[in-house]
Write a protein that binds this ligand. Structure first.
Ligand code: NAD
Ligand code: MG
Length: 392
């Protein structure tokens, strides 16, 4: 029996992961840990469905509810960030890291220490602490498998290939909710408009990040950190149909494209069954019916997030931690109405400039203390920048 844990099981990636686990053969999986946030009802239902040994909520005030919901079930309960980190110490064969944001970093690091295979949906841990995470994996001979669709696509296109023969990597972007909007309308984009994606059903934060291309910005950095490509080898291509997820270009001019429906169960299933391929109940594409695929170069004026990501990749070190935290704080600002849609990138740029003028983010060691400190400082600076905008 394979022992597995799902961190962030109540989210969009987490629910799809549970769905795949439940479709496994009788006795195929033993579920050690599930973690969630405030959706106690769902967390408890999942724990009962898979027979989890432990269910953890991130919030202390949700513990009593979780305990009631799971009374008599045999599933133990716990609450708080510390309990989530401790739960990652329970050895498993496979762990899904699907908490959203920087909170996903510590559980992933702890799981790698006992050699678990880490299925990594939480791109923020590679953006904030790529060298630390990949270094920890190497030290403990643990495997990290990408779950982000573009990175799973690159990973699959590289199977059996010589890394030295790779010339470039192209990750695609749908263009998000506003790809057809005129620039002058973007400033007035509302939360509701930014929260619906044309092709993918995902959590709210990543959906808004897709509209602003901050998601693709994170993914550029994720590509560099995970595969170790040079920044100038990594390209973004706008592809509105979201059917080609990534392409790998080789020295002989060949491009290997990964094509599939926009359904995260594919990338999750690939990581769950790797190195095998198993039958998955995702849509089969009828290319003759689809007829045409479209591509265009991203417009830098429209998507400043991509330019900022290039700056972060060039700087390296702790700049990813600053970038991710500033983006997160700006996103909070947009969600609660303190910032306009286009102002998110302005705030992130202000924060990066601040760091650029008074510290050497690029040369600092990427250890957990430094990452956490940089994260906190960047959030404070972003909040300051937001306040200044509102006062101006
Ligand atoms: P989501 O918002 O739907 O779910 C997030 C999960 O994390 C929930 O279980 C929530 O309870 C938990 N969580 C939130 N904040 C937490 C905190 N501070 N501490 C502990 N747990 C917390 O998010 P999602 O869309 O499933 O995305 C999860 C991760 O996967 C993100 O890093 C995202 O970028 C990445 N990802 C998602 C998709 C997608 O299709 N949804 C695709 C690629 C990558
Ligand atoms: Mg992606």
């Amino acid at each position: 029996m394979r022992q597995v844990s799902v961190f962030g099981s109540t989210g969009s990636i987490g629910q799809n992961t549970i769905d795949l686990i439940l479709r496994g053969d009788e006795g195929e999986y033993g579920v050690e840990v599930l973690t969630g946030g405030r959706n106690i009802d769902l967390l408890a239902r999942q724990a009962l469905a898979v027979g989890a040994k432990l269910a953890v909520t991130a919030y202390d005030d949700c513990l009593a509810g979780l305990r009631d919901a799971l009374a008599g079930s045999g599933t133990k309960v716990a609450a708080g960030q510390g309990a989530i980190a401790d739960a990652a110490d329970r050895p498993v064969d496979w762990m899904m890291s699907a908490i959203v944001g920087a909170a996903g970093l510590v559980p992933g690091l702890r799981a790698l220490r006992h050699g678990s295979t880490l299925a990594l949906a939480n791109k923020e841990s590679l953006v904030t602490a790529g060298p630390l995470l990949m270094g920890e994996a190497a030290r403990h001979e643990a495997t990290v498998l990408p779950v982000d669709s573009e990175h799973s696509a690159v990973f699959q296109a590289l199977v059996g290939e010589d890394m030295d023969a790779v010339e470039r990597v192209i990750i695609t972007a749908s263009g998000g909710a506003f790809r057809d909007w005129p620039m002058e309308k973007l400033a007035g984009a509302t939360l509701e408009q930014a929260s619906s994606h044309p092709n993918w059903a995902m959590g709210q934060r990543i959906t808004i990040d897709s509209a602003s291309m901050f998601n693709k910005a994170l993914e550029l950095i994720e590509t560099k950190e995970y595969f170790g490509f040079r920044p100038d080898q990594i390209e973004v291509l706008v592809h509105p149909e979201s059917l080609i997820h990534a392409l790998v270009g080789f020295v002989d001019g060949a491009l290997m494209a990964h094509v599939g429906p926009p359904d995260m169960r594919h990338a999750i299933g690939y990581a769950l069954h790797w190195p095998e391929r198993r039958r998955l109940g995702v849509e089969r594409l009828d290319l003759a019916r689809i007829g045409a695929l479209h591509f265009s170069a991203p417009d830098d004026a429209r998507y400043p997030a991509l330019r900022l990501a290039r700056q972060v990749m060039a700087t390296g070190g702790l700049s990813g931690a600053a970038f991710n935290a500033a983006k997160d704080a700006a996103l909070d600002g947009f969600i609660d109405g303190r910032l306009g849609f286009l102002e998110m990138a302005e705030v992130v740029e202000t924060v990066l400039d601040r760091f650029g003028s008074d510290s050497s983010l690029g040369n600092a060691e990427v250890n957990l203390d430094n990452v956490v400190q940089t994260d906190h400082l960047a959030r404070r600076r972003a909040d300051e920048a937001i306040r200044q905008k509102r006062q101006a």
